[in-house]
Write a protein that binds this ligand. Structure first.
Ligand SMILES: Nc1nc2c(ncn2[C@@H]2O[C@H](COP(=O)(O)OP(=O)(O)OP(=O)(O)O)[C@@H](O)[C@H]2O)c(=O)[nH]1
Ligand SMILES: [Mg+2]
Length: 233
């Protein structure tokens, strides 16, 4: 099997629909999922490049693995559920820190999934108080107003650029990198992945120009010499 040229990683809280988005794009279907254990990847050929797309587990107990999956990533898709504001908060509080191991010119997309569960247009600055969306992942009996507005994702994107000390001028515009999707209906799913593939190609080319990929060759690992002051747990 040919080694992937670049890597995209999906991160986000459990139940937001990471596996479903990937399944929708790669297998063109919306089917039952089980909560992801560890991580899994698909390989996508895009033009002459092979891109691996990694699905990760949102469950707290697998949190430690996240930064390993992000190692050398050319793009990270931070996913939340538009009906669960806490899932957007978690992106900043729990998942952003995992991207330290990504490529230095890693791209970030912010994706609000499950838009099919809330009323269309409700994201246009509507009041969300008192709304009662269905349980995450369940089939809501009726649509409630959108709980997270697109503007909030745009604000998070801009915050991420600041946190990463990236100049807004050098990065794609927030409006281009914040998506609202439905893995169930397929809304914006192709747009999300294919926009990213096109953007990732120049990152891959830059990574190639910079030298070998960021992998660890354990056969060359030499344990550090013990020093007097060195301590062990
Ligand atoms: N209505 C609706 N349900 C969705 C959508 N995407 C996912 N779901 C449902 O939400 C639940 C969780 O979806 P998953 O794709 O397994 O979520 P995940 O983010 O991969 O969760 P973890 O693997 O635990 O991190 C499942 O019951 C899905 O069928 C969507 O766009 N609309
Ligand atoms: Mg999953």
């Amino acid at each position: 099997m040919r080694k992937p040229d670049g890597k995209i990683v999906l991160l986000g809280d459990m139940n937001v629909g990471k596996t479903s988005l990937l399944q929708r794009y790669m297998e063109r279907r919306f089917a039952d999922t089980v909560s992801t254990v560890g991580g899994a990847f698909y390989l996508k050929q895009w033009r002459s490049y092979h891109i691996s797309i990694w699905d990760t587990a949102g469950r707290e107990q697998f949190h430690g693995l996240g930064s390993m999956y992000c190692r050398g990533a050319a793009a990270v898709i931070l996913t939340y559920d538009v009906n669960h504001p806490q899932s957007l908060v978690e992106l900043e509080e729990r998942f952003l820190g995992l991207t330290e191991t990504a490529s230095t010119d890693c791209l970030f997309a912010i994706v609000g999934n499950k838009v099919d569960l809330s009323e269309e247009g409700a994201s246009e600055g509507c009041e969300t108080e008192g709304a009662s969306p269905g349980p995450a992942g369940g089939s809501a009996p009726s649509k409630g107003p959108r709980q997270v507005r697109l503007e909030e994702a745009v604000a998070l994107y801009k915050k991420i650029l600041k946190y990463k000390m990236l100049d807004e001028k050098d990065m794609p515009a927030a409006e281009q990198m914040c998506f609202e999707t439905s893995a169930k209906t397929g809304h914006n799913v192709d747009l999300l992945f294919e926009t990213l593939f096109d953007m990732v190609v120049p990152v891959i080319l830059r990574q190639r120009a910079q030298g070998p990929p960021q992998t660890v060759d354990i056969s060359r690992y030499k344990p550090p010499e013990r020093t007097k002051s060195g301590c062990c747990a």
